[in-house]
Design a protein around this ligand. Structure first.
Ligand SMILES: Cc1cc2nc3c(=O)[nH]c(=O)nc-3n(C[C@H](O)[C@H](O)[C@H](O)COP(=O)(O)O)c2cc1C
Length: 370
């Protein structure tokens, strides 16, 4: 009898709250810009079901909470009935294959322009600090950002409520839970980081004040759908979109400790080495203090491969490892890790194009290559 290959740490089971995961290789939230008119499309059924394994966790791409939340073309939303209905067959397909599916909900804040906003209004943010035009994630388009308008204090509960309603809608669409997008320089991060937030009211200044908005959203969403269905993504060390912080360790620790109060399911943190969205670089910083401080499940992301992911689990630096680009290009990534099979290379040029197949559902499975 042939000896069974020894099980690698990434492929051991894990109990994520009430969800029994069969392995620890998680699909990262990946914006693909193929949801025409902000409505999820039928081609996403194939895309997500290709990346589903029995007992695997998937996090859906960033999904807008309201009509002021959008900042990129053809990203999905979850604030209208039509969007909720359009998500249902996608979620059903993931469940049919035994996957656990969370929806990442976001508001882009100032990473937007008036073309994406209702009645051409200015995007909303914690401050009115404008963002300089940037080369977009696809590497060639230049994004122009309209200078934002600072949210008035009495408007903030409305945005918190938009997150609450979006979470309710995600459950209505069939998702198992939501991940609040508090990373990468979008609205929640624009409140947390002192490079952006210059408020002098109770949402600005001290760490406690800058994190108030994020924690109010966590609380509202937890009350609405149950904390056992709520995760949050944070990137204290990143400075994408001119959202850096003068003391990222303190910020990350403060959030990890404060989140304990709400008993949410998981905290998902971006590795400090992810200096830009697409590249990793050496960093002296570590997520271990936050991992130790947070009492729920911990997820890490950013530049992981098979070996590095196994090591992170074996050393108890995380519970689950989240894969972005490798999972984008390898729909059967857990199986490839199991067999230690070669990986398809990702093609950056097709990350964000609107084609419903190319660079989306045409990455080959192992058996297609054999
Ligand atoms: C095409 C693409 C789209 C992305 N979209 C999102 C997103 O919607 N939400 C998010 O939080 N991060 C997003 N990210 C970041 C990834 O989730 C992940 O953190 C990053 O790719 C680093 O992980 P990796 O090294 O495994 O790719 C995106 C990254 C890529 C490459």
């Amino acid at each position: 009898m042939a000896a069974e290959a020894p099980t690698i740490p990434l492929l051991t089971p894990y109990k994520l709250g009430k969800f029994n995961l069969s392995h620890r290789v998680v699909l990262a939230p990946l914006m693909r810009q193929r949801s025409y008119g902000n409505v999820p499309q039928p081609h996403a059924i194939l895309y997500y079901s290709q990346r589903t394994s029995k007992g695997g966790l998937l996090i859906a791409e960033a999904t807008g909470v309201s009509n002021t939340a959008q900042g990129y073309a053809d990203t999905p939303g979850i604030w209208t009935k039509e969007q909720v209905e359009a998500w249902k067959p996608i979620v059903d397909a993931v469940h049919a294959k035994g996957g656990v599916f969370f929806c990442q909900i976001w508001h882009t804040g100032r990473v937007s322009n008036q073309g994406f906003q209702p009645s051409g209004q200015a995007p909303l943010s914690s401050s009115d600090r404008p963002l300089t035009p940037q080369i977009q994630a696809n590497g060639f388009n230049v994004a122009d950002f309209t200078p934002p308008r600072r949210l008035r204090i009495e408007e903030i509960p409305q945005i918190v409520n938009d997150f609450r309603l979006a979470a309710r809608n995600a459950i209505e669409a069939g998702f198992d839970g939501v991940e609040i997008h508090g990373a990468h320089g979008y609205l929640i991060d624009q409140f947390m980081k002192d490079q952006v937030n210059d408020r002098t009211d109770q949402y600005g200044g001290s760490l406690e004040n800058r994190c108030r908005f994020a924690l109010e959203i966590v609380e509202a969403v937890s009350n609405e759908i149950g904390a056992d269905r709520v995760g949050i993504r944070l990137s204290p060390f990143a400075d994408y979109m001119e959202s850096g912080d003068s003391n990222p360790e303190a910020l990350g620790l403060y959030m990890a400790e404060s989140l304990n109060k709400y008993k949410i399911l998981y905290c998902h943190m971006v590795e400090p080495r992810m200096k830009t969205l697409g590249e990793k670089s050496e960093s002296p910083h570590s997520l271990v203090p936050m991992r130790k401080a947070f009492k729920g499940s911990f997820l890490v992301v950013g530049g992981y491969d098979r070996e590095d992911g196994n090591r992170a689990i074996a050393e108890n630096r995380t519970d689950l490892v989240v894969y972005g680009r490798l999972f984008l290009a390898n729909p059967d990534l857990p199986k490839r890790f199991k067999l230690n099979a070669p990986l398809n290379k990702y093609n950056r040029d097709t990350f964000y194009i609107s084609d419903p197949i190319l660079g989306y559902t045409d990455y080959p499975f192992l058996e297609d290559i054999a």
